[in-house]
Design a protein around this ligand. Structure first.
Ligand code: FMN
Length: 318
């Protein structure tokens, strides 16, 4: 998620789930091909499996970005056909491409020719006044004939005229049944559903209809949700680290990253929700957000935040 997630966030999420596929935020293919690829693509081996999400609509440039990405070891390459930002529309990529399935298909073909990794697409159920039955089927069929390996569908339209990107994540209504119908129609192509899924109970229900579930905001704001994913959905019942172990692992990680020039806050900002629902969570968030920004702040901030949770008594039972 642009401006939210990054490799530090993925490092944290990987401590909580060994099996979930993690995604990068969208990276413009031009920034990889013509810019600082190392800065955009470098990641830690422990983050695997990781999908790189590309934004773009120039088949040759996307193909080149795939070649570069493959050399960095990404496990999957995903093309964004869902982002509604103006910045993105003016560059002719993101959700506006839902109106140009043939161009997206050319991109997918070029990407598949350039890499052995699975090439997938993330889209909406439609844009603006598109008929979500007819145009989504046409879009998806065009992707299938281009050889796409899987589709991720955000179960709402993007309204490109009149809504901000933020509004486009809440205002257009969710239509899960439409995505289920698409999944059934495209089977055996793997199809994943996304949008407004906030609990693992809800995820389990969707998995009755779909091959996978993608979580965005819920996983970001409430990362501990991920701690139950492996046991519940992947049959891996190995123990997951508790809050104290996560804070210790993140402190070691932060120390190493700070030696390479990272700021503590760049890591701490992804950890604010770790204590949600526990007594002391407010103080935890405050220490992690305020103290981590101070000049010379080091990983001892994490120990202090943990202490605030461990020292806060549970409310008395009534
Ligand atoms: C701050 C922010 C940035 C986002 N950036 C991306 C992005 O880079 N690529 C993408 O495919 N979706 C992006 N999204 C959309 C999410 O991936 C997801 O489709 C959307 O939030 C709905 O799912 P959710 O309700 O589980 O969050 C972003 C969402 C937010 C809140």
């Amino acid at each position: 998620m642009m401006d939210w997630t990054d490799r530090h966030c993925r490092f944290l999420h990987r401590l909580l789930t060994r099996h979930s596929l993690l995604f990068t935020e969208m990276v413009n293919s031009g920034a990889i091909v013509h810019g600082d690829a190392e800065r955009h693509l470098r990641f830690d081996d422990v983050e695997h499996p990781v999908a790189l999400q590309l934004g773009g609509s120039d088949p040759a440039e996307l193909a080149e970005a795939c070649r570069i990405a493959e050399s960095f070891g990404y496990d999957e390459i995903n093309l964004n056909v869902g982002c509604p930002s103006d910045r993105v529309q003016s560059g002719r990529f993101g959700a506006c491409l839902m109106a140009e399935p043939e161009l997206v298909a050319d991109c997918v073909r070029a990407m598949r020719d350039a890499t052995d990794r699975p090439v997938t697409v993330k889209c909406r159920i439609g844009i603006d006044d598109q008929d979500t039955e007819e145009s989504l089927d046409r879009f998806a069929d065009t992707m299938v004939s281009a050889g796409v390996d899987a589709l991720y569908v955000h179960a709402r339209k993007a309204w490109l005229k009149g809504l901000s990107p933020k509004e486009n994540r809440t205002i257009p209504p969710l239509d899960y049944p439409r995505v289920y119908r698409l999944g059934a129609r495209l089977a055996p192509l793997p199809t994943m559903i996304n949008g407004g899924i906030e609990t693992l109970e809800a995820a389990a229900e969707h998995l009755g209809h779909m091959d996978g579930v993608m979580l965005g905001r819920a996983a970001y704001h409430n990362p501990m949700l991920l701690a139950e994913v492996d046991a519940r959905f992947f049959g891996d019942t190995r123990a997951v680290p508790d809050l104290a172990a996560i804070m210790a692992a993140m402190a070691d990680y932060a120390e190493a990253q700070q030696r390479q020039g990272a700021r503590l806050n760049a890591i701490a900002r992804h950890m604010l929700g770790l204590a949600n629902g526990r007594p002391g969570a407010r103080q935890f968030r405050q220490i992690m957000s305020v103290d981590a920004c101070r000049p010379n702040a080091g990983p001892e901030v994490f120990a202090r935040a943990l202490d605030a949770v461990e020292r806060t008594p549970l409310p008395a039972a009534v």
